[in-house]
Design a binder for this molecule. Structure first.
Ligand SMILES: *[C@@H]1O[C@H](CO)[C@@H](O)[C@H](O)[C@H]1NC(C)=O
Length: 275
């Protein structure tokens, strides 16, 4: 009975997403496959736009690796595979991206993960479907991709990142995701307005340089990020965010549309893939 329900749900989801005709399949790392070789998967992922219904194929040596799917940016950051959402280990795994938002994958082989065998992708919903409600269901932390499609690189307009930041509301617990070419730039957190204004890199609070960094905003107040590369910082590659204390309260009672109700209901059947 449960299986029948699941199959029905699956079919329903597929029909709703209209993904039968346009879903794409991506081989992670192309010919290199899923490996620690070649550094981060930043360049691979950043050139693609993933949509709900697309699939990732992971090919690797199943004797030393696996594909461990994590639920949070923090686990991803620290290669923490202690409580995975799912583990795949056939050496040829197909993972369909069924939800919009960020998806995190690492190898649970810690040294491999630290060496760069980690991938996160940002998945967008097909435009026919109203944006589904991950925030209504999980009204906690929010992830911001810094600069959106511009990512973290010298902008054409010097005030690009201040505009980007002013349009948003950041709260304690939210994450900033910096996507960039690690051979060109990095991310330095600096402590004050003076360092920020003068692009002073002499005493950073934190340094990130993996090309895909997750920075958790843990304290309220103003946070400053610059690149250590001159003259990129002077040219506008700097970001100031105002982080508000966590006063959102509980989930707001929102009017859910019938489709939202359906999606919420479907999500309660999400299969558990623990091994
Ligand atoms: C982790 O990967 C390395 C290869 O880089 C391998 O030698 C080692 O056996 C792996 N560890 C486990 C626990 O599979």
């Amino acid at each position: 009975m449960a299986t029948t329900t699941r199959i029905l749900c699956f079919v329903l989801v597929m029909v709703l997403m209209g993904c039968c005709c346009s879903a794409k399949i991506y081989k992670v790392g192309d010919s290199e496959g899923w490996t620690a070789k070649g550094g981060t998967y930043y360049a691979w992922a950043s050139r693609k736009e993933f949509q709900v219904g697309d699939s990732l194929i992971f090919e690797y040596d199943g004797n030393v690796n696996d594909v461990t799917r994590l639920s949070s940016a923090l686990e991803y950051q620290f290669c923490n595979s202690a409580s995975p959402q799912a583990v795949y280990k056939t050496g040829h795994d197909v993972v369909t991206l069924t939800e919009p938002g960020y998806h995190f994958f690492i190898s649970s082989n810690h040294s491999q993960c630290v060496a760069g065998q980690k991938l996160f992708v940002f998945v967008v919903q097909y435009h026919q479907i109203p944006p589904p409600p991950p925030r209504k269901i999980l009204p906690f932390a929010k992830d911001f991709k810094v600069g959106d499609s511009q990512e973290w690189r010298v902008p054409d307009e010097r005030d690009f990142y201040s505009k980007w930041s002013e349009e948003k509301q950041f709260h304690v617990g939210d994450n900033l995701l910096f996507y960039y070419n690690y051979e060109v730039d990095d991310v330095l957190e600096v402590s004050g307005d003076l360092e920020f204004k003068s692009c002073d890199t002499s005493s950073p609070v934190a340094v990130h340089n993996s090309g895909q960094d997750l920075v958790r905003l843990t304290k309220p107040g103003i946070h400053y990020f610059i690149t250590s590369k001159t003259p990129h910082c002077e040219d506008g590659l700097k970001l100031r965010v105002v982080v508000r204390p966590l006063t959102r309260g509980g989930p707001k009672k929102m009017q859910l549309s019938p489709l939202d109700h359906l999606i919420k209901w479907l999500q309660s059947f999400r299969p558990q893939l623990h091994h």
